[in-house]
Design a protein around this ligand. Structure first.
Ligand SMILES: NC(=O)C1=CN([C@@H]2O[C@H](COP(=O)(O)OP(=O)(O)OC[C@H]3O[C@@H](n4cnc5c(N)ncnc54)[C@H](O)[C@@H]3O)[C@@H](O)[C@H]2O)[C@H](O)CC1
Ligand SMILES: [K+]
Length: 214
Protein backbone atom coordinates (compact mmCIF):
# COMPACT_ATOMS: atom_id res chain seq x y z
CA UNK A 1 0.00 0.00 0.00
CA UNK A 2 1.18 3.51 -0.77
CA UNK A 3 2.66 5.32 2.21
CA UNK A 4 1.33 8.87 2.56
CA UNK A 5 3.06 11.47 4.76
CA UNK A 6 2.40 14.81 6.43
CA UNK A 7 4.52 17.80 5.46
CA UNK A 8 6.28 17.64 8.84
CA UNK A 9 7.25 14.02 8.21
CA UNK A 10 8.48 14.86 4.70
CA UNK A 11 10.62 17.71 6.04
CA UNK A 12 12.06 15.41 8.73
CA UNK A 13 13.04 12.85 6.09
CA UNK A 14 14.53 15.48 3.76
CA UNK A 15 16.55 16.93 6.65
CA UNK A 16 17.70 13.42 7.63
CA UNK A 17 18.84 12.77 4.05
CA UNK A 18 20.70 16.07 3.72
CA UNK A 19 22.14 16.33 7.25
CA UNK A 20 22.87 12.73 8.26
CA UNK A 21 24.07 11.59 4.82
CA UNK A 22 25.50 14.86 3.52
CA UNK A 23 23.49 14.53 0.34
CA UNK A 24 23.34 18.06 -1.06
CA UNK A 25 19.96 19.68 -1.63
CA UNK A 26 20.95 20.22 -5.29
CA UNK A 27 21.06 16.44 -5.74
CA UNK A 28 17.46 16.08 -4.52
CA UNK A 29 16.36 18.97 -6.72
CA UNK A 30 18.08 17.47 -9.76
CA UNK A 31 16.50 14.08 -9.05
CA UNK A 32 13.09 15.71 -8.63
CA UNK A 33 13.51 17.38 -12.02
CA UNK A 34 14.63 14.14 -13.69
CA UNK A 35 11.67 12.31 -12.11
CA UNK A 36 9.18 14.77 -13.58
CA UNK A 37 11.01 14.77 -16.93
CA UNK A 38 10.56 10.98 -17.01
CA UNK A 39 6.84 11.25 -16.33
CA UNK A 40 6.49 13.86 -19.09
CA UNK A 41 8.45 11.64 -21.49
CA UNK A 42 6.36 8.57 -20.69
CA UNK A 43 3.05 10.40 -21.13
CA UNK A 44 1.19 11.48 -24.22
CA UNK A 45 1.38 15.22 -23.60
CA UNK A 46 1.58 17.77 -26.39
CA UNK A 47 5.11 19.15 -25.93
CA UNK A 48 4.96 21.91 -28.58
CA UNK A 49 5.38 24.60 -25.94
CA UNK A 50 5.92 24.07 -22.21
CA UNK A 51 5.26 26.84 -19.69
CA UNK A 52 6.85 26.36 -16.27
CA UNK A 53 5.23 28.48 -13.54
CA UNK A 54 7.92 29.02 -10.92
CA UNK A 55 7.43 29.95 -7.26
CA UNK A 56 9.96 31.34 -4.82
CA UNK A 57 10.76 28.20 -2.79
CA UNK A 58 12.23 24.76 -3.38
CA UNK A 59 9.20 23.71 -5.45
CA UNK A 60 10.13 26.54 -7.80
CA UNK A 61 13.75 25.36 -7.80
CA UNK A 62 12.56 21.89 -8.92
CA UNK A 63 10.62 23.62 -11.72
CA UNK A 64 13.60 25.63 -12.97
CA UNK A 65 15.80 22.50 -13.00
CA UNK A 66 13.08 20.67 -14.95
CA UNK A 67 12.73 23.58 -17.39
CA UNK A 68 16.46 23.45 -18.01
CA UNK A 69 16.41 19.68 -18.68
CA UNK A 70 13.50 20.05 -21.11
CA UNK A 71 15.25 22.99 -22.83
CA UNK A 72 18.39 20.86 -23.20
CA UNK A 73 16.20 18.17 -24.78
CA UNK A 74 15.48 20.71 -27.51
CA UNK A 75 11.93 21.53 -26.40
CA UNK A 76 10.41 25.02 -26.38
CA UNK A 77 10.23 26.13 -22.73
CA UNK A 78 9.19 29.37 -21.00
CA UNK A 79 10.00 30.00 -17.35
CA UNK A 80 7.59 32.40 -15.73
CA UNK A 81 8.13 33.55 -12.15
CA UNK A 82 5.16 33.97 -9.86
CA UNK A 83 6.13 36.46 -7.15
CA UNK A 84 9.06 38.78 -6.64
CA UNK A 85 12.37 37.10 -7.39
CA UNK A 86 14.05 39.26 -4.74
CA UNK A 87 12.25 37.19 -2.11
CA UNK A 88 13.20 33.80 -3.59
CA UNK A 89 15.10 31.13 -1.66
CA UNK A 90 18.79 30.56 -2.38
CA UNK A 91 17.92 27.30 -4.19
CA UNK A 92 15.88 29.29 -6.73
CA UNK A 93 18.71 31.73 -7.42
CA UNK A 94 21.14 28.83 -7.77
CA UNK A 95 18.93 26.98 -10.26
CA UNK A 96 18.26 30.16 -12.19
CA UNK A 97 21.99 30.76 -12.60
CA UNK A 98 22.46 27.22 -13.92
CA UNK A 99 19.48 27.60 -16.29
CA UNK A 100 20.85 30.87 -17.66
CA UNK A 101 24.25 29.23 -18.28
CA UNK A 102 22.36 26.62 -20.31
CA UNK A 103 20.61 29.32 -22.34
CA UNK A 104 17.23 29.28 -20.59
CA UNK A 105 16.19 32.73 -19.37
CA UNK A 106 13.00 33.72 -17.54
CA UNK A 107 10.19 35.12 -19.70
CA UNK A 108 7.99 38.11 -19.18
CA UNK A 109 4.31 37.27 -18.67
CA UNK A 110 3.35 34.50 -21.09
CA UNK A 111 0.00 33.76 -22.58
CA UNK A 112 -1.23 30.58 -20.92
CA UNK A 113 -3.20 29.72 -24.06
CA UNK A 114 0.03 29.43 -26.07
CA UNK A 115 1.30 26.67 -23.79
CA UNK A 116 0.40 23.11 -24.70
CA UNK A 117 1.66 21.90 -21.30
CA UNK A 118 1.86 23.84 -18.05
CA UNK A 119 4.19 22.73 -15.25
CA UNK A 120 3.01 23.86 -11.83
CA UNK A 121 6.08 24.61 -9.71
CA UNK A 122 4.56 27.47 -7.71
CA UNK A 123 3.98 25.90 -4.29
CA UNK A 124 4.60 22.45 -2.85
CA UNK A 125 4.76 21.36 0.78
CA UNK A 126 5.58 24.91 1.91
CA UNK A 127 2.06 26.24 1.22
CA UNK A 128 0.83 27.53 4.55
CA UNK A 129 -1.66 30.30 3.76
CA UNK A 130 -4.44 31.09 1.30
CA UNK A 131 -3.06 32.11 -2.09
CA UNK A 132 -2.70 35.85 -2.67
CA UNK A 133 -5.71 37.28 -4.53
CA UNK A 134 -3.86 37.87 -7.82
CA UNK A 135 -2.67 34.28 -7.84
CA UNK A 136 -6.17 33.00 -7.08
CA UNK A 137 -7.42 34.81 -10.18
CA UNK A 138 -4.59 33.37 -12.26
CA UNK A 139 -5.34 29.82 -11.07
CA UNK A 140 -9.06 30.16 -11.77
CA UNK A 141 -8.38 31.51 -15.27
CA UNK A 142 -5.89 28.73 -15.99
CA UNK A 143 -8.43 26.09 -14.95
CA UNK A 144 -10.65 27.22 -17.82
CA UNK A 145 -7.97 26.68 -20.47
CA UNK A 146 -7.87 23.33 -22.15
CA UNK A 147 -4.19 22.44 -21.73
CA UNK A 148 -2.59 19.76 -19.62
CA UNK A 149 -1.08 20.67 -16.27
CA UNK A 150 1.59 18.65 -14.46
CA UNK A 151 2.00 19.55 -10.80
CA UNK A 152 5.34 19.08 -9.11
CA UNK A 153 4.75 17.40 -5.74
CA UNK A 154 1.35 19.03 -5.03
CA UNK A 155 -1.12 21.12 -7.04
CA UNK A 156 -0.68 24.78 -6.10
CA UNK A 157 -3.43 25.91 -3.75
CA UNK A 158 -4.14 22.48 -2.27
CA UNK A 159 -3.26 22.26 1.40
CA UNK A 160 -0.78 19.35 1.44
CA UNK A 161 -2.03 18.13 4.83
CA UNK A 162 -5.81 18.60 4.61
CA UNK A 163 -6.54 18.59 0.87
CA UNK A 164 -8.52 21.80 1.21
CA UNK A 165 -8.43 24.51 -1.46
CA UNK A 166 -6.58 27.55 -0.07
CA UNK A 167 -8.62 30.22 -1.89
CA UNK A 168 -8.11 28.69 -5.34
CA UNK A 169 -6.05 25.83 -6.76
CA UNK A 170 -4.64 24.79 -10.12
CA UNK A 171 -6.26 21.59 -11.35
CA UNK A 172 -3.63 19.09 -12.51
CA UNK A 173 -3.88 16.33 -15.09
CA UNK A 174 -1.00 14.56 -13.34
CA UNK A 175 0.77 15.18 -10.03
CA UNK A 176 4.28 13.83 -9.54
CA UNK A 177 4.72 13.30 -5.80
CA UNK A 178 8.36 13.42 -4.74
CA UNK A 179 9.54 10.77 -2.29
CA UNK A 180 6.19 10.10 -0.63
CA UNK A 181 2.76 11.48 -1.59
CA UNK A 182 1.47 14.10 0.84
CA UNK A 183 -1.69 13.13 2.70
CA UNK A 184 -3.68 16.11 1.37
CA UNK A 185 -3.64 14.47 -2.06
CA UNK A 186 -6.12 11.83 -0.92
CA UNK A 187 -8.35 14.09 1.17
CA UNK A 188 -11.14 16.59 0.37
CA UNK A 189 -10.61 18.37 -2.98
CA UNK A 190 -6.96 17.21 -3.07
CA UNK A 191 -7.97 13.94 -4.72
CA UNK A 192 -9.73 15.71 -7.60
CA UNK A 193 -7.15 18.47 -8.09
CA UNK A 194 -4.15 16.13 -8.27
CA UNK A 195 -5.47 14.13 -11.25
CA UNK A 196 -3.36 11.02 -11.86
CA UNK A 197 -0.97 10.57 -8.95
CA UNK A 198 2.53 9.30 -9.80
CA UNK A 199 4.99 8.74 -6.95
CA UNK A 200 8.70 9.02 -7.76
CA UNK A 201 11.78 8.18 -5.72
CA UNK A 202 14.20 11.12 -5.54
CA UNK A 203 16.63 9.56 -3.07
CA UNK A 204 15.01 10.76 0.16
CA UNK A 205 16.15 8.31 2.83
CA UNK A 206 14.01 6.89 5.63
CA UNK A 207 15.43 5.51 8.90
CA UNK A 208 14.36 1.90 9.60
CA UNK A 209 12.92 3.07 12.90
CA UNK A 210 10.85 5.91 11.40
CA UNK A 211 7.31 5.86 12.80
CA UNK A 212 4.91 7.08 10.13
CA UNK A 213 1.77 8.63 11.61
CA UNK A 214 -0.54 7.42 8.81
N1 LIG B 1 13.22 20.34 1.49
C1 LIG B 1 14.05 20.28 0.46
O1 LIG B 1 15.19 20.58 0.58
C2 LIG B 1 13.56 19.86 -0.85
C3 LIG B 1 12.24 20.05 -1.23
N2 LIG B 1 11.82 19.80 -2.48
C4 LIG B 1 10.69 20.50 -3.07
O2 LIG B 1 10.42 21.66 -2.35
C5 LIG B 1 9.06 21.76 -1.98
C6 LIG B 1 8.92 22.48 -0.67
O3 LIG B 1 9.70 23.63 -0.73
P1 LIG B 1 9.59 24.85 0.29
O4 LIG B 1 10.67 25.77 -0.08
O5 LIG B 1 9.56 24.33 1.66
O6 LIG B 1 8.17 25.47 0.01
P2 LIG B 1 7.37 25.87 -1.32
O7 LIG B 1 8.27 25.92 -2.48
O8 LIG B 1 6.18 24.99 -1.38
O9 LIG B 1 6.85 27.33 -0.95
C7 LIG B 1 7.77 28.42 -0.90
C8 LIG B 1 7.51 29.42 0.19
O10 LIG B 1 6.36 30.19 -0.08
C9 LIG B 1 5.85 30.75 1.12
N3 LIG B 1 4.38 30.63 1.12
C10 LIG B 1 3.65 29.59 1.52
N4 LIG B 1 2.34 29.81 1.32
C11 LIG B 1 2.23 31.04 0.77
C12 LIG B 1 1.14 31.83 0.33
N5 LIG B 1 -0.13 31.40 0.41
N6 LIG B 1 1.39 33.04 -0.19
C13 LIG B 1 2.66 33.51 -0.31
N7 LIG B 1 3.75 32.79 0.09
C14 LIG B 1 3.54 31.58 0.63
C15 LIG B 1 6.49 29.99 2.27
O11 LIG B 1 7.40 30.85 2.89
C16 LIG B 1 7.24 28.85 1.58
O12 LIG B 1 8.43 28.53 2.21
C17 LIG B 1 8.55 20.35 -2.04
O13 LIG B 1 7.17 20.31 -2.27
C18 LIG B 1 9.37 19.77 -3.17
O14 LIG B 1 8.80 20.10 -4.41
C19 LIG B 1 12.79 19.20 -3.44
O15 LIG B 1 12.13 18.42 -4.35
C20 LIG B 1 13.87 18.43 -2.77
C21 LIG B 1 14.56 19.25 -1.75
K1 LIG C 1 3.37 22.54 -7.33
Amino acid sequence: MTQFVTTTEMLTLEDYTMNDFDIPQEVLIERAAIAVQEVIGAGSFNLSHILVLVGLGNNGADGIALGRLLHQQGLSVSLQFVGNLNRAKASVHKQLEIAKHCGLHPSEKSDFKEATLIVDAIFGTGLNNPLPEGLQKMMKAANHIDNDVIAIDTPTGINPNTGEVMGAALKAHTTVALGYPKVGLRKNQGRKYCGDLVVKDIGVLTPDTFAFSL
